[in-house]
Design a binder for this molecule. Structure first.
Ligand code: GDL
Length: 695
């Protein structure tokens, strides 16, 4: 492929880099990839699977006869499909650059692959330590000099191939010290690397949200060449819960003439990469001028402006038929149908026909284009949810914030004059959206193409469960049925506490949730959360007093019966060890979170009888207060998350808090941002709402 008007001689590298960690693709999948690349006009495949032994860890080892046979077949398959096979090797983990025997080993390995018919090569130095061994320090002025010397030597040894790619150790803006323009590493690469060698670059970050023309102009001037983008936008090897089925996006097509090429390093799962690769191909074919029509071009002129949503629709439309191809012996074949609407189940001649009073046969409904659109929306891009997923989060947020039709809602309705009719209508709509996810899951899991399904399976199960929990929660908020057992039971099934050990670590960390795509904290305000110390006592008391009458119209504090937590806030009861935090902004302490692992004494202090049953389920007490000018709930959420994990690790089964009905700000907070739910404490004053959470 050539690119850019008037640049017929310039070959734009476009395609795929198999450069992720984890299980490499199979030879069969790679051959399938070449077919697709040929069909979609992508000309290059970079072989760089991180966990292929002989690519990185044991880079010196030559391929065995069997491996050689496979690679020869693969290279010739690429050639048959017009795809340039680029063989990459990553010696950086342990190579001694200054040792001629090491350089000889590298050349020997590259020669072997050249003998397999490969003509294009690459040396990768990403994800390695930057400290040189003493021998290299003596021989080279810097790490960059060492890498460049070996790379230039390999390039010359191979006869200066037309395609030779180098991946620097500082391969994105974020890795450059102190900056791209002042990076001595990159300047050395730019000056010393032979001009025929191209440089791989991932953009501003490893996984770049956006890649701007300006950033590429800047790095090109340092590298003295236009880079080839190694794009990690669809890579998912860093998080087993994520998959990316959104369109190639946030890279303006004006980049095309400024780049030497783009290779996408996509999801580890081969089949779901249909969208990633298809939309990249559409992007590469798009015109950088935005496809504006020329008056002379006539009606048949193609609009080549790249629109991610259109590119996605094209990709999904092409992908849908693939789900219908039965790929396993015994899989139910597609019924012969010339209709546009595909049918997945077929009743073959030998099929069982139920009698009049027997169960009808189970019929799997066919997967639809809308199902695929929804699937892509749920697993969109690293920095963005798809429109439907975004709408679901927004609705859930609204439904939670407006309390529902249960106990909390009544409090809200009293204080804010909200009705519940709108709430119920929106809850129904939310339920419909959840049902669409379940239906999509059902149709997908009946699709004939089991290979695609199995690649997707873990992800769609996970999202189905996640949506199921949210759905049950909304039902409970609306007063329909009990809160979902998974959320409140003392002995939930394992799917009620998701994520295993890693999930547990995440929930324990105070930063949990602070990077949610949906709820971004304001970037302008930075809060510091730190352990409470005795000197904070006055500040805590000040905040306690300042937030006593939050409703504005409520009675002054001295006329109100005390809350169980008041002694804690007033400094009369010391919090349990490690159960006290304060948060600060520019103006000093602006919030606190305190807890008692055992609340009995606090209850006794105010001479309130709290039934044993309550204290058995919720033995611990928490209180959080934040000054009204802090509108971002995330720091308070972090503090409470930290307290709860501390309480839990001390063996407590649950925690509760008390709030006045007039304190709708904190009521909102607990309802929106925490797992606390209303509980009944017999004997509590009428205007007091108690909320609890099991741990
Ligand atoms: C990286 C690795 C890549 C990995 C990706 C996403 C480059 C050059 N190297 O840093 O192998 O798949 O992150 O985790 O991107």
């Amino acid at each position: 492929m050539t690119s850019g008007p008037g640049s017929e001689t310039r070959r734009f590298i476009s395609g795929v880099v198999e450069g992720f960690y984890g299980r490499p693709w199979t030879m069969e999948q790679r051959t399938e990839l070449f077919k697709r690349q040929q069909k979609w006009g992508l000309n290059t495949y970079l072989y760089a699977p991180k966990d292929d032994y002989k690519h990185r860890t044991y880079w010196r080892d030559l391929y065995s006869a069997e491996e050689a046979g496979q690679l020869i077949a693969l290279i010739s398959a690429a050639q048959r499909h017009g795809v340039d096979f680029v063989y990459a090797i990553s010696p950086g983990l342990d190579v001694t650059f200054s040792n001629p025997r090491e350089v000889a080993a590298l050349k020997r390995k590259l020669d072997q692959v050249k003998d397999f018919g490969c003509r294009s090569f690459s040396l990768l130095f990403d994800d390695i330590g930057t400290e040189m061994c003493p021998a290299d320090k003596r021989a080279f002025g810097s790490f960059a000099h060492a890498q460049v010397a070996v790379t230039n030597a390999a390039y010359r040894h191979l006869g200066e191939p037309e395609t030779f790619l180098f991946c620097p150790t500082d391969y994105c803006d974020a890795f450059c010290t102190p900056s791209v323009s002042q990076s001595s590493y990159l300047h050395t690469v730019g000056q010393k690397l032979l001009p025929g060698i191209d440089v791989l670059w991932t953009g501003p970050k490893v996984v770049s949200h956006k890649i701007s023309v300006e950033s590429i102009v800047e790095v090109s001037s340092v590298l003295k060449r236009a880079p080839v983008i190694w794009d990690n936008i669809h890579a998912n090897d860093y998080d087993p819960q994520r998959l990316f089925l959104g369109p190639y996006k946030d890279r303006p097509t004006e980049l095309i003439p400024k780049l030497k090429g783009v290779l996408t390093n996509p999801n580890c799962e081969f089949y779901p990469n249909f969208v990633a690769i298809h939309t990249l191909a559409t992007w590469c074919k798009s015109s950088p001028d935005g496809g504006q029509r020329d008056a002379d071009m006539g009606d048949e002129a193609r609009d080549t402006c790249y629109r991610p949503q259109d590119a996605l629709s094209l990709a999904l439309t092409d992908w849908l038929p693939e789900f219908l191809i039965a790929d396993r012996p015994g899989a139910r074949p597609k019924e012969d149908s010339s209709d546009v609407e595909p049918v997945q189940t077929g009743v073959g001649e030998s099929s069982y026909v139920p009698g009049p009073e027997e169960n009808p046969l189970y019929t799997a409904a066919p997967l639809t284009l809308n199902d695929l659109k929804l699937l892509s929306d749920l697993f969109y891009l690293p920095y963005e949810h798809g429109p439907t997923a975004g709408a679901m989060l927004q609705e859930l947020d609204w439904l939670q914030g407006h309390g529902g039709a249960g106990e909390v809602a009544r409090v809200y309705a009293a204080y804010r004059g909200d009705g519940t009719a709108e709430w119920r209508a929106r809850a129904r709509q939310f339920d419909d959206m959840c049902e669409a996810v379940v239906q999509m899951f059902n149709r997908l899991s009946n699709a004939s193409n089991r290979r695609i399904l199995y690649d997707l399976y873990d992800y769609i199960c996970d999202i189905k469960s996640g949506v199921g929990l949210a759905r049950a929660h909304v039902k409970a908020l609306g007063g329909q049925g009990q809160p979902p057992a998974q959320l409140v039971s003392d002995d939930p099934e394992p799917w009620g506490f998701r994520g295993g050990l890693s999930g547990e670590f995440q929930r324990m960390l105070p930063c949990h949730g602070n990077r949610d795509l949906f709820r971004r904290p304001p970037v302008t305000q930075v809060y510091c959360i730190r352990p409470y110390c005795p000197e904070d006592k006055d500040q805590v008391r000040r905040i306690f007093k300042a937030t006593q009458c939050p409703g504005g119209g409520a009675a002054p504090s001295m006329m109100q019966p005390p809350l169980i937590c008041d002694g804690l806030s007033a400094g009369e009861l010391p919090p349990s060890p490690q159960c006290a935090l304060v948060m600060e902004d520019g103006g000093g302490v602006c919030g606190y979170a305190l807890a008692l692992i055992d609340a009995k004494q606090a209850a006794a202090e105010i001479q309130r009888t709290v039934r044993d049953a309550v204290l058995e389920d919720f033995p611990s007490l928490v209180t959080v207060r934040v000054l009204p000018h802090v509108t971002d709930p995330s720091p308070a959420k972090r503090m409470i998350g930290h307290l709860l994990s501390c309480i839990r690790s001390n063996g407590s089964r649950g925690a509760f808090c008390e709030l006045r009905q007039s304190d709708w700000r904190m009521l909102n907070f607990y309802t929106d941002a925490t797992s606390f739910k209303p509980i009944k404490i017999a004997g509590a004053p009428r205007d007091v709402v108690a909320m609890g959470t099991t741990l």
